[in-house]
Design a protein around this ligand. Structure first.
Ligand code: ZN
Length: 313
């Protein structure tokens, strides 16, 4: 599943190649990919046709493209793109063959030297597109990471918490809310209403870096520990973004969820029975363990992420 850094790579690609262009044709090849658009696929096409893509915005793993009916008018609507498990946005020349799982094709106004189509490809159909109205953000800050910084968010994404890379993320408030919960730390990190955009991989990597156990009771967290784990989340995500940087320059705006470029630099996630890199550096021998967590797995080092008292599994 694509995580925040992969979605940000896509957002940057859309910002570079698509923003400022008019949508001149809409072709829905599979109605299932616009099933969340309540007015149906025909209406989806009519509403989108002729709109200008004004921006590319991301909050957590939510990505949306604010649209204007005419240049200069403020956007009132946005194209919300759910990448789901396997969704991709590709910028392609019109003549190139269709991808096997091509679902929606948007023809873009001409711009010399850039491809003419934005394609939504989705093998497993958990993703999709829909049009939604934009509403003001509750705190008056920009909706998310974007080029224009407009303080707007799609109504359907308004409940999503800000992500730790967002300059408007409120770390103090996050700490207070953590302290009021009676839950485990990883469960809280994955709760999109508390903080968005942290998936299983980044939670495990950040907890490893912060030397905290995933079942640490959140009501026992001290402020420096919360700041440590937030700092670790940001660092791990920044590293993934830097590693994904090469794809910004290609004509291929892509996310495949595999994070292959990043996998080589993981310290804990997916490394069961392999040595903990920090312990190895410091002359100890410790092997990463894999544990059951919410029908998934958690990876940690039993030496530098010791089980806390009153652990909340
Ligand atoms: Zn260790």
């Amino acid at each position: 599943m694509p995580e925040l850094p992969e979605v940000e790579v896509v957002r940057r690609g859309v910002e570079r190649w698509v923003v400022g262009r008019r949508i001149e044709s809409v072709q829905v090849l599979d109605a299932r990919s616009v099933r969340r658009h309540e007015a149906g696929p025909v209406s989806f096409g009519h509403e989108l046709d002729g709109a200008v893509v004004a921006d590319a915005v991301r909050r957590g793993k939510f990505l949306w493209l604010p649209l204007t009916a005419a240049h200069g008018a403020p956007p009132q609507e946005a194209l919300l793109v759910h990448l789901g498990m396997s969704g991709q946005l590709l910028v392609k020349d019109a003549g190139l063959p269709d991808e096997k799982h091509l679902k929606v094709r948007l023809g873009l106004s001409e711009r010399p030297g850039t491809p003419a189509e934005l394609r939504f490809v989705d093998q497993r159909i958990f993703g999709g597109m829909l049009l939604d109205r934009l509403v003001p953000t509750g705190d008056g800050a920009p909706g998310g990471r974007s080029a224009t910084g407009a303080p707007l968010v799609p109504a359907r994404a308004a409940h999503i918490g800000r992500d730790p890379l967002d300059p408007a993320f409120d770390a103090e408030r996050f700490h207070d809310r953590l302290r009021r919960r009676r839950t485990g730390l990883k469960r809280a990190l994955l709760d999109q209403s508390l903080v968005s955009g942290i998936g299983n991989i980044y939670a495990d990597e950040a907890l490893w870096q912060a030397r905290l156990h995933w079942a640490r009771p959140t009501d026992t967290l001290r402020r420096p520990e919360t700041m440590r784990v937030l700092g670790a989340v940001r660092e791990v995500m920044d590293r993934a973004l830097a590693a994904g940087g090469t794809s910004f320059d290609s004509l291929y705006v892509n996310v495949n969820g595999e994070s292959g470029y990043f996998a080589r630099s993981l310290n804990a996630y997916g490394r069961a029975s392999l040595p903990c890199p920090r312990c190895a550096d410091e002359g100890r021998s410790a092997l990463i363990v894999r544990e059951q967590f919410m029908n998934r797995s958690s990876y940690r080092c039993p030496v530098c992420q010791r089980t806390p008292r009153n652990a909340r599994f």
